[in-house]
Design a protein around this ligand. Structure first.
Ligand SMILES: Nc1ncnc2c1ncn2[C@@H]1O[C@H](COP(=O)(O)OP(=O)(O)OP(=O)(O)O)[C@@H](O)[C@H]1O
Ligand SMILES: [Mg+2]
Length: 537
């Protein structure tokens, strides 16, 4: 143990009253991810985890002080009344002081574990392992009816999840997001102060959602799945058709798209490049085994690439050839078909203008009056083929449109005209995954080890932050991140220099941008390289 504070966490070897069956110093079946050896239970942390589940964290705040430091301050309920404790942190995340509740002169108490958990959830993008362990523990707890942990401590999977969380808590407290290496010990120089001695706050920020997430699995999911400043869409209540293991796509959009396609809705998928819109659509259609005709919007599309055209044939004749849209409609006369229009915002307006008319449902009577012979009672969608005059029909119930696109000034795209937009009854916004899920995705796709994958995800997250602040022209997308990670795996790259080299041959131009001479903007590229170095790569 590096100093008095961390050693005090492990000093008690007594049985933990709140979690019968475990004593300080007992072995932990599944230790923290960063623990290279066997895990050992800290009685104090375990008590803090139990107290948290018992709802004893009443409120939490971030207090920012004039010198750039800040504190995570937690108010908790205890037998002797409410207590205030926390962590006073340097701007870089090192622990300046452990704030002990007033009067608890030992200084290192179970309140420290409460504050550590709150801090970790507040910094959820970085505390991936702890967040994962917390989520697993909540899941096990939920299965047991969210009972008082004392009464269910003998349940094997709950016990193992709680103990894993205690070990993750220790590693987060001691090393933050860094490798468990003595040079990263963020507590080494920490002192103990008392709640009543902390500086006057310049600003305070309430951590209500974090406090709620500590004991409410739904609030926890909402917290960890909210990425960036956008609107956090709550996870859907829809159950996907088969086990989610059937798809490699990660995200709530899969279940929503599945439900919408099953209902035959027209669905618009929107979001930045490389966040899985195309993949999600193809996966849903594959799992549903639904007939699909796909086309991709681009400037150079001709009539033949969409509706169809009259083309010359050998021997000097000319005949009509269906384009993909017409093929999809003819096929939908017999079976349900999805027309997947990828990159809709790159589709020339002349083709997009077909959609509002096509997607106006028409009754069987209406068709009969125009001498269009259609089978069934309708309603129908219709498309008149230019120059040949044929009206192609399809029952509305059998034809749906799924379109995906990037929106916004950053892309060289067209906005959707309101008349086209209105034809979609479901709109799914895609965004980059929360860091923990993105790390797992990188690991599962590439087999890269967890800690390197988290570092690469941190680089991606940082480029997205800088891009959102207009400090970088582009952001590293998930697709490019996976490609970068695969190259790192193939070449055994793990240090900043080789990872930067691989970034240069994979994505740096996209993120750093190119100047008027066509060269990658060096200052931006170097800033990214510097960031990689600060991660200790
Ligand atoms: N949520 C996700 N789940 C699984 N894989 C993902 C996810 N997001 C991105 N990927 C990975 O990124 C790659 C690129 O995704 P995809 O091409 O579907 O993105 P997109 O949103 O359609 O991008 P664009 O707007 O440029 O067309 C996928 O093949 C996959 O490897
Ligand atoms: Mg796409």
């Amino acid at each position: 143990m590096s100093n008095d504070i961390t050693s005090k966490l492990y000093r008690s070897k007594r049985a933990v009253a709140e979690f019968p069956g475990v004593s300080g110093g007992d072995a932990i079946p599944i230790p923290a991810k960063r623990n290279p050896g066997d895990g050992v239970a800290s009685a104090l942390i375990l008590k803090g985890v139990c107290a948290t589940l018992q709802g004893k964290v009443l409120s939490a705040q971030i207090e920012r002080y004039g010198d750039g430091t800040y504190a995570v301050v937690v108010e908790s309920a205890g037998s002797g009344g409410n207590r205030t404790g926390g962590l006073h942190l340097e701007a870089d995340g090192r622990v300046k002081a452990v704030i002990a509740p007033k009067g608890l002169t030992w200084g290192v108490t179970y309140h420290l574990a409460m504050a550590t958990q709150v801090e970790a959830l507040f910094r959820k993008e970085e505390s991936l392992d702890l967040v994962e362990a917390y989520g697993e523990m909540l899941l096990e707890w939920k299965k047991l009816g969210r009972a008082d942990p004392t009464g269910i401590s003998s349940k094997a999977s709950f016990k193992s999840a709680v103990l894993r969380l205690t070990d993750e808590c220790y590693y987060w407290f001691r090393y933050g997001a860094e490798d468990a290496d003595p040079t990263n010990d963020r507590v080494a120089d920490a002192e103990i102060t008392f709640s009543h001695q902390r500086p006057a706050a310049v600003t305070t920020e309430d951590l209500g959602p974090v406090v709620q997430a500590l004991t409410d699995p739904d609030a926890f999911n909402a917290l960890v799945n909210a990425s960036g400043p956008g609107i956090a869409v709550p996870a859907p209540s829809i159950t996907p058709p088969v086990a989610t293991g059937a798809t490699d796509f990660v995200g709530w959009q899969y279940a929503e798209l599945w439900a919408a396609v099953t209902r035959g809705e027209h669905v618009l998928l929107a979001g930045p490049t490389g966040c899985g819109k195309t993949m999600c659509t193809r996966e849903v259609l594959r799992v549903l085994d639904r007939a699909c005709v796909e086309t991709c919007g681009m400037e150079s599309l001709s009539d033949l690439d969409v509706i169809g055209a009259i083309v010359p044939r050998p021997g000097g004749t000319r005949e009509w050839v269906d384009g993909p849209l017409t093929r999809a409609m003819r096929r939908a006369q017999h079976e349900p078909v999805t027309f997947f229009l990828d990159e809709i915002t790159r589709m020339p307006r002349v083709h997009l203008n077909l959609l509002p008319g096509l997607l106006n449902p028409r009754s069987a009577d209406d068709l009969r009056r125009q001498e269009v012979e259609a089978e069934g009672d309708g309603p129908f969608y219709t498309l008149e083929l230019p120059m040949v005059g044929e009206v192609v029909w399809t029952p509305c119930a059998y034809f749906n449109l799924v379109a995906a696109g990037n929106f916004g000034r950053h892309y060289a795209v067209y906005d959707l005209d309101p008349a086209v937009r209105r034809r979609f009854s479901a709109v799914l916004d895609f965004d980059y995954l929360p860091a923990m899920q993105e790390r797992d995705l990188v690991v599962s796709r590439t087999g890269l080890d967890d800690s390197l994958a988290s570092q690469l995800v941190k680089v991606a997250t940082e480029t997205r932050r800088l891009h959102a602040n207009a400090e970088l022209p582009g952001a590293l997308d998930t697709g490019s991140l996976v490609v970068w990670a695969a190259k790192a795996r193939d070449r055994g790259a793990g240090d900043a220099t080789s990872l930067y080299h691989l970034a240069c041959i994979t994505w740096i131009d996209q993120v750093a941008g190119r100047g008027h001479d066509g060269r990658v903007i060096e200052a931006n590229a170097l800033a990214i390289h510097d960031f990689m170095k600060t991660l200790g790569l």
